[in-house]
Design a protein around this ligand. Structure first.
Ligand code: ADP
Ligand code: GN1
Ligand code: MG
Length: 368
């Protein structure tokens, strides 16, 4: 068995859940940047069961109780909708497994917070688009996720990370990180810092329109990376939207934009060869069609017209978050090699610059 050394309380945690059968395997799992994820395999008389166990990132999500209230309430709500549609809620939404005491999560003796989900079997998780129709499907899934939650009482949701997609506030944090230069690395990223600072005027566009009431606040996912969707291995169809930690009130542009940032880029988020990074307009158009289909006519004309700005701002915002973390000394996003957060920032800025070149074409897609 492979055990992540940082998670040495895992034994204690597993014992807090009264799971049937015998534990036969546990492995670190997935490619998330935030939580520590494990796959648990149990031998049971009915052929075995698997679970996802996650140590929540307490530094990022400071109120685990509130976070789990959101996740449990939203998944219970989705479960009802899926049942009404004749779907299979064990596969089409996350299902939180309760502790032996009925808790939504478990706090171990070292103070870490853990939660467990049913493992959704026979699925695949894509890091990059390999097939246009899969990307279309992911767009429909994220659009319809937003649609399914359209009548969810948004004011009952906790804000799990305040100002998560408030780009002007992210810009202030970025500027502070440049001024502090905790890691002493700013001299290695001068060009990137200048690029980021030069875009300050853009950061306000969506938040200003929200404040003026020209854009509606909706319940959004806020982390619509391609790898936050599970695809059915057999049908290759998008099956389940996962990673619900950031479901909060937000703008439709956040969900649209974050998917374009990850899915319509021609390279990986941490690609070091920037000549491989550009916006694929075909993928962009594909996603746009799928997202609008998934939203089922619920977006206003003004929202639709501003979707390209969502793509640009979410890409830019992620870039300044990666760069700030590089300057802070890699304290937020997990890294697997030195300089990875700078590489991530560079791909995002390359994409932003490419979007600016392709701006007219991006807007034309929406007019069509
Ligand atoms: P992070 O916040 O760190 O990104 P995620 O909740 O996205 O964590 O989980 C990380 C990975 O674990 C996902 O990309 C996916 O591959 C896998 N995963 C998470 N939940 C499930 C689940 N219920 N069933 C199957 N795989 C899952
Ligand atoms: C994080 O958790 P994960 O890996 O799906 C981050 C997102 C970023 C993304 C960049 C809670 O997402 O906001 O866009 O990394 N999640 C949080 O890859 O900060
Ligand atoms: Mg994730």
């Amino acid at each position: 068995m492979t055990i992540n050394p940082t998670c040495d309380r895992i034994e204690e945690v597993i014992n807090a859940y009264a799971l049937p059968g015998a534990l036969t395997d546990r492995q670190p799992y997935g490619n998330g940047h935030i939580n520590d994820t494990f796959l648990l395999t149990y031998d049971t008389p009915d052929g075995g069961r698997k679970y996802i166990l996650q140590r929540m990132n307490h530094a990022v999500f400071k109120k685990p109780q509130e976070l789990m209230e959101n996740v449990c309430n939203v998944t219970d709500y989705l479960r009802q909708i899926i049942l009404r549609r004749g779907g299979n809620p064990d596969r089409e939404t996350l299902n939180v497994i309760r502790t032996a005491d009925g808790g939504m999560f478990y706090q171990d003796s070292a103070g870490n917070y853990w939660r467990m989900f049913l493992f959704i079997e026979d699925t695949i998780c894509l890091e990059q688009v390999s097939d246009v129709s899969e990307f279309y499907d992911s767009a429909v899934a994220f659009g319809s996720f937003q649609r399914m939650l359209a009548d969810y009482p948004a004011d009952t949701l906790h804000e799990t990370i305040p100002n998560f997609h408030n780009t002007p506030s992210r810009f202030c944090d970025f500027r502070k990180a440049v001024e502090k230069d905790t890691s002493g690395r700013a001299h290695l990223a001068q060009r990137e810092i200048e690029f980021a600072l030069s875009k300050e005027a853009d950061t306000h566009v969506l938040t200003d329109l929200l404040a003026k009431g020209e854009l509606p606040l909706r319940v959004t996912h806020n982390d619509t990376k391609l790898n936050n969707i599970l695809f059915d291995r057999a049908t290759r169809k998008a099956l389940c939207v996962i990673d619900l930690d950031t479901v909060m009130p937000g703008l439709s542009h956040y969900d649209f934009g974050d998917s374009i940032r990850t899915g319509a880029s021609t390279g990986a988020e941490d690609e070091q060869d920037l000549s491989k990074i550009e916006l694929d307009l075909t993928l962009y158009e594909t996603f746009t069609k799928g997202f609008l289909a998934g939203c089922q006519g619920s977006l206003t004309d003004r929202e639709i017209e501003l979707l390209p700005m969502g793509a640009k701002l979410m890409t830019y915002e992620c870039g300044i978050r990666f760069l700030a973390d590089y300057l802070d000394g890699d304290v937020y996003f997990k890294i697997h090699r030195e300089g990875q957060n700078l590489d991530r920032a560079r791909t995002q800025f390359k994409l932003v610059a490419d979007m600016e070149k392709k701006w007219d074409a991006m807007c034309a897609v929406l007019k069509r």
